[in-house]
Each structure stands twice: as C-alpha cells, then as structure tokens.
Design a protein. Structure first.
Lengths: 112, 116
C-alpha cells in the first residue's frame, strides 16, 4: 500500500500569515496520463472533510484561491496564503493512484 | 444543491451485521463512482470500497481487510449506495461516510459503534 506521510505545523499560526503543509508518498503518484493523483482535504471541527485540491494543483469548485497545491511525484505542498479563522481544522492528503486509496494522518492548523 | 445522507448506523454487538444506506441528490448519480470511507475514533481516514457506474459494469474494489465481510452496492433508480457489513468487530467502530466522484462530495457520516 502507498504510505502518505504529513508534516506538522508550528501551531498556533498568526492570522494573516502564510503556511505550507507537506505530504510525502512512498511511491510516485504521477500517472502515464500526465496527472498526479494527489488530493488535499480540509476537515473543519465538527464537519465532514471537504475537497480542496485534486490532481495535485487543481482547486475544487468554490475553493478560495488562497489555497494552492504543488509538488513533484512524491513530495507535495499545500500552501495557504494569509490564514483566516475559517481555515482552522485538520488537513489531509490522499493518494488516488491505486487501491487501496490511502490518506495521510492529518495536519492540524490552529490560528492565533 | 448536492446532498448525501447516510443512515443505518448504531450500536451493534461484535459478530452482528449492519447495512448502511446513502441517499444522494443534486448530481448525476448514475455515472458517478461512489465510495465508502470511515473515520476512526483517532481521526484516521480509511477508504473501504468503491463501486463504478453501469458503463464500467459496476466494477467494485475493496480494502483487503474488509473483503468478504463488507459488500458495496448501488441502486441507480434510487440514487443510493449501500454498505452491507457482516461479522462486525470492535475495530470497525467509526464514522462511515459515503463520498461522490473523486471525493468531491461527502455526506455528514453515520456512527457505527461495535461493542458488547
């Protein structure tokens, strides 16, 4: 199975600061179609996860352009430009390349 | 508006069965590949099963550890997807979510507690 490993944030983060959340996969998520099958989700307190980014860098419908995804085949970054109170929660990366689909353990964001 | 509503969770004893349902609306269900994902008490997310659409012969994939115990199915006429869970174990305790294509849509989840 592909193992997804996420980094931690130096919480709490001052409001307005930019942060980067890292994720690493144990296998390249770059497929032969040129797409990298890496998703990012945000789970706000008491809510279900919500898709932020798919194919490593494509924002999902309705997602603020403060969120951006980047990376290579195995190392990925979710950048939040100017964190706001509504960004609080746990961020998960997930690989969609092969079964079983697997998730990182989550990165918690707290705001000062 | 897209909606996914899971039902059927509850408290069940080890070894017993439970069937979860997920009723959807607001998107073209018949062509959507649907998944069940669970979140453990420790907040870990675990993918369980996927069912593809009719054009892909309703192809099904399972997490190895639930294969033979869990069965995913769908009814396109009702825009619903199901998860039959048999021989439940305490480690199956979790919130169970159904999700729409590519993880774009999630329900609110239904809590399954397996305990004697």
């Amino acid at each position: 199975d592909i193992v997804m490993t996420q980094g931690a944030l130096p919480n709490p983060v001052p409001s307005g600061e930019s942060v980067s959340i890292t994720c690493r996969s144990s296998k390249s998520l770059l497929y032969s179609d040129g797409k990298t099958y890496l998703n990012w989700y945000l789970q706000r307190p008491g809510q279900s996860p919500q898709l932020l980014i798919y194919w490593m860098s494509t924002r999902a419908s309705g997602v603020s352009d403060r969120f951006s995804g980047s990376g290579s085949g195995t190392d990925f970054t979710l950048k939040i430009s100017g964190v706001e109170a509504e960004d609080v929660g746990v961020y998960y990366c997930q690989q969609g390349l092969e079964f079983p689909l697997t998730f990182g353990s989550g990165t918690k964001l707290e705001i000062k | 508006e897209v909606q996914l509503v899971e039902t059927g969770g509850g408290l069940v004893q080890p070894g017993n069965s439970l069937k979860l349902s997920c009723a959807t609306s607001g998107f073209t269900f018949s062509t959507a590949w649907m998944n069940w994902i669970r979140q453990t008490p420790g907040k870990r997310l675990e993918w369980l099963a996927q069912i593809e659409d009719k054009s892909n012969n309703y192809f099904i994939s399972y997490l190895e550890s639930v294969k033979g115990r869990f069965t995913i199915s769908r009814d396109d006429s009702k825009s619903s997807v199901y998860l039959q869970m048999n021989n439940l174990k305490e480690e199956d305790t979790a919130i169970y979510y159904c999700t729409g294509p590519g993880g774009a849509y999630w329900g609110q989840g239904t809590l399954v507690t397996v305990s004697s």
